[in-house]
Design a protein around this ligand. Structure first.
Ligand code: SF4
Length: 225
């Protein structure tokens, strides 16, 4: 039997009201789950086959108050480039001193549009990620691994492969250290951080597709060379 989240007087779950189930609810839930997971808005637009991105954007709206509450939680778990704690002392400080780059916050806003070291953030003193970036860091590590294999297949010089390997090590170290620290927290605190992290991820998903140039080399690009 399909059960709801409501309870009867004996403390047993009540049956789910089946009149609330209709085809559009599945479509809506599908879109909302993807938006909450931080799927980029242009990707979700394609998945939903929306004619206008404005329709898709409605799934990403997060009230400002909710955004600030989330930042109040995650700012305390910001780290430096090695994964060592480097918390912001206030929510306003986090908002004012950090600019979102693909895998974390950059504390040097003037560098973000034309980063002198080409977004190799894990080797940069301005890099300050927080737990909301963990999936993006892990995805980036996977991209870098793929790039390293492509570079080897291209017979690229050792310094190219070494650079990619060093970035993989550095980003992996940040993610592992952050995960270990989160893993040592009480479960309720971990859940609070995970819930809060979903908020900025969702907000970023509406703009990451036009955020910054990345240095990832795609196989299709190489094939076309
Ligand atoms: S490498 Fe990343 S953190 Fe450092 S200046 Fe560039 S964008 Fe900012």
């Amino acid at each position: 039997m399909l059960l709801s989240d409501e309870f009867d007087e004996q403390g047993s779950k009540l049956p789910f009201d089946r009149t609330l189930i209709f085809p559009y609810a599945f479509r809506h839930a599908y879109a909302q789950r993807h938006a909450d997971a931080g799927v980029p808005v242009d990707v979700l637009k394609e998945l939903m086959d929306h004619r206008s991105i404005v329709t898709t954007m409605s799934y990403y709206q997060v009230p400002l108050k909710r955004q600030r509450e989330a930042i109040t939680t995650i700012r305390k778990h910001t780290t430096d480039r090695s994964g060592r704690p480097a918390p912001f002392t206030s929510t306003t400080g986090y908002e004012a001193q950090s600019v979102a780059v693909p895998f974390g916050n950059c504390r040097e806003p003037s560098n973000v549009k034309a980063c002198a070291i080409r977004f190799q953030c894990a080797g940069c003193g301005f890099y300050h990620p927080d737990p909301s970036y963990l999936p993006a860091i892990e995805e980036h590590v996977n991209d870098l691994r793929a790039d390293r294999e492509t570079a080897k297949a291209m017979d690229a010089d050792d310094f190219v492969v070494r650079n990619l390997a060093d970035q993989i090590t550095a980003f992996t170290n940040v993610a592992d250290t952050m995960r270990d620290r989160l893993g040592n927290l009480p479960q309720d605190e971990r859940e609070e951080i995970e819930e809060a992290s979903a908020v900025p991820r969702k907000v970023r998903a509406t703009r990451d597709h036009k955020l910054l140039p990345l240095t990832v080399i795609r196989k299709e690009t190489l094939d076309a060379c």
